[in-house]
Design a protein around this ligand. Structure first.
Ligand code: ASP
Length: 343
């Protein structure tokens, strides 16, 4: 069963190649992808490419890129069996997380990948990442359905759920981790799919809907020793902010000082959405465990459970973009919408 894949190149290290004239790294033309990576010819896959203009270092990613990606996937959805998005690693987990909430009724794979070394240098990890991402995006089961109809990240032989991933190493090829969810697949001699973990659509003939309106009035506040009431107040009480992700200690704990709890309680009472996400890489928020966590819960802070900060941000952008009703947003925030929190 042959497949057709659209490779979407947004920028980042993977698409760079040394210009022999001056030795600098420049983006290469992705329409010639099969010449650069001849191994791709071995697959029975039709490959087309789409290059964003301008190409960006992913540190410059803006929600407008996510909207453009969502619209492109919706527009080309009928023409392809899967999508591979080449993206810089720095914000890949943010983009994959947000896209997972934006693309409702997804029945095809959307696989992000990139690399730590440019594709045009000898020890690059880019070729393997790209080849694996294409193979996974093209993979179908016996009924002809996509094996992984999810937004994911393929990196260093592991397929991770996009909204569970986080960039973990600035140097290692093994750059991404998904501490609260095992890999959806692992590539060794064969690609082993973790079938019982992979989410399947309710209806395979579902219509893809893209949520393009994102409400970005969200701030992230990392709780730390020595935090001052002034800084805390300026972030939490800012009238331009509709929601605050509070990055707390351990299982969702923070200062028990009166001033801290007062600012939190006032913000919640004024209608702000406050979401508790742990600073720990693994594990979950449980505000019933310690008095400091329980005080946050009493003040009106919601539990993010084991969500990553990246996924919390994308989830808030999408839910708030969909509704002005804070009550509805709060109810949906605590639900697992696309595998981002453990039940
Ligand atoms: N700064 C680059 C980016 O995220 C790093 C990379 O591509 O890996 O776009």
């Amino acid at each position: 069963m042959s497949s057709s894949i659209l490779i979407i190149y947004t920028g980042g290290t993977i698409g760079m190649k040394e210009d022999p004239s001056d030795g600098t790294l420049k983006p290469f033309d992705f329409s010639q992808i099969k010449e650069e990576v001849p191994e791709l010819n071995k697959f029975d896959v039709r490959l087309d490419s789409y290059t964003f203009d301008p190409l960006i270092d992913s540190s410059d990613v803006e929600p407008s890129l996510w909207t453009a990606l969502g619209e492109l996937i919706a527009e080309r959805h009928e023409d392809y069996d899967g999508f591979v998005i080449l993206h810089g690693t720095d914000t890949m987990a943010y983009s994959a997380s947000t896209l997972s909430f934006m693309l409702e009724g997804l029945t095809k794979p959307v696989v992000f990948t990139g690399s730590q070394l440019p594709i045009g240098v000898p020890r690059t990890d880019g070729k393997e990442n790209l080849i694996g991402a294409v193979e996974i995006a093209a993979a179908k089961d016996a009924e002809g359905h996509a094996r992984v109809p999810e937004v994911c990240i393929f990196f260093d032989s592991k397929l991770l759920r996009g909204n569970r991933s986080t960039k973990y190493s600035a140097e290692a090829f093994n750059a991404f981790a998904s501490p609260n969810c095992p890999p959806l697949a692992e590539a060794g001699i064969n690609i082993r799919y973790n079938t019982e973990l992979i989410r399947k659509p309710v209806y395979w003939d579902a219509q893809l809907r893209v949520q393009t309106h994102l409400d970005t009035r969200v701030s992230i506040l990392k709780v730390h020793p020595g935090m001052t009431p002034q800084v805390m107040h300026s972030v939490v009480a800012d009238p331009g902010t509709r929601a605050v992700i509070l990055e707390t200690y351990g299982s969702g704990n923070a200062l028990s000082k009166d001033w801290f709890l007062r600012i939190i309680a006032e913000a919640c009472a004024s209608g702000k959405i406050l979401l508790n996400v742990t600073q720990c890489k693994a594990g979950t928020v449980n505000m019933d465990l310690y008095a400091t966590g329980a005080a946050l819960k009493r003040a009106g802070v919601l539990s993010g459970a084991d969500i990553t900060t990246e996924a919390a941000l994308g989830k808030l952008f999408c839910l708030m973009g969909r509704s002005d009703q804070d009550k509805w947003v709060k109810t949906m925030l605590e639900k697992d919408l696309c595998g981002e929190i453990s039940k």
